[in-house]
Write a protein that binds this ligand. Structure first.
Ligand SMILES: [Zn+2]
Length: 110
């Protein structure tokens, strides 16, 4: 079982209080009507599926109900840190991860 620190509530809480959302940084295309079926499929299903330290979006569903960013190593299930979405947007490593995560989608945002 994971203990996840909610940066909004300021406490470590059990994993059962949280819901995994997605790989962090997936941005909805600005003009989805302009996408081909293949591009839309990449947005919906295309993920990096990396092994090692990754950023994930979670929701504190049984708590404050806010989205948070979790940096977790999925090879050993250890959480390095958690951040508010606002803190994550200022985090250099998170931005770098996002630029890779969204590389397929960004090219479809013309
Ligand atoms: Zn919370």
């Amino acid at each position: 079982m994971l203990l996840i620190h909610c940066p909004y509530c300021g406490e470590k809480r059990e994993e059962e209080e949280f819901t995994y959302d997605n790989e962090a940084g997936i941005v909805r295309p600005t003009d989805p009507e302009d996408l081909t079926d293949e591009e839309w499929g990449d947005y919906v299903f295309g993920r990096q599926n990396l092994c090692g330290p990754i950023y994930e979006s979670w929701v504190h569903t049984a708590g404050c109900r806010k989205f948070l960013i979790v940096k977790r190593d999925n090879s050993n299930n250890k959480i390095d840190k958690t951040m508010t979405v606002q803190e994550a947007s200022a985090d250099k490593n998170y931005q770098e991860f996002n630029s890779t995560a969204n590389s397929n989608i960004k090219k479809t945002n013309k």
